[in-house]
Design a binder for this molecule. Structure first.
Ligand code: MTE
Ligand code: MO
Length: 200
């Protein structure tokens, strides 16, 4: 009931204060939100392709990718459908580390993230290079579960969770921001939960 949801949200704000963005409620379970079916991606077939406005296209297979130094990120995640999950532990290759292997062209301003299964989302360069962004392949003590994007997903903790593309397979650098899958269906082009940039 609407009233229950409202009072619960208010309680969450009382309990967690400003830690929880406006209009969000804290959940203990981890919902799975996938449009269409989850693709099955095996690490032996997995490849990450970095292309578009780069001096040279870069490709990693699983062995090469998991040979890169990793970073741990402890964060909260916020879904636009109003649930938040606190204290999540991810590990993977930071965007900063990954980008050591990429020579961008000067006109790269944004990117489209491509996923196995066809999902896409967009980010501005300035949002992509944030320090806590990862290409995550571990969660808690284990590998990232397949329904949550394993083998590898993007993690962009400062934006709504639809930007954290699951089953990522490609990063395409482009010269201006271009809406991805949900952005074309009315989700906000940027998606900052603190500004409640939910829908456009
Ligand atoms: N490839 C892909 N990535 C995706 C999605 C999707 O449907 N396909 N859904 C997005 C949305 S809307 C959300 S809220 C989160 C959900 O991640 P979870 O299922 O691990 O909770 O993944 C995002 N990344
Ligand atoms: Mo979502």
């Amino acid at each position: 009931m609407a009233f229950d949801i409202l009072s619960r949200r208010n309680k969450d704000r009382e309990k967690y204060g400003d830690r929880v963005p406006p209009g969000q409620k804290v959940v203990e379970d981890w919902p799975v939100l996938t449009y269409g079916g989850a693709p099955r991606v095996e690490v032996k077939d997995w490849e990450l392709r970095i292309f578009g406005l780069v001096e040279e296209e870069v490709r990693f297979n699983w062995e090469q990718f998991t040979g890169l130094p990793t970073t741990k990120v402890h964060c909260d995640i916020h879904c636009v459908t109003s649930w938040s999950r606190l204290d999540q532990d991810f590990e993977g290759v930071s965007v900063a580390e990954l980008m050591k292997n990429v020579r961008l062209k000067p006109n790269a301003r944004a990117l489209t993230i491509h996923c196995y299964g066809g999902y896409t989302t967009n980010l501005l360069m300035t949002d992509f290079v944030q320090e806590r962004n990862l290409l995550a392949y571990k969660h808690g003590d284990g590998p990232l579960p397949p329904q949550h994007g394993g083998p590898c997903r993007l993690l962009v903790p400062h934006l709504y969770f639809w930007k954290s593309a699951k089953w990522v397979r490609g990063l395409e650098f482009i010269d201006q921001d271009r809406p991805g899958f949900w952005e074309q269906y009315g989700y906000h082009i940027r998606g900052d939960p603190w500004k409640e940039e939910r829908y456009s």
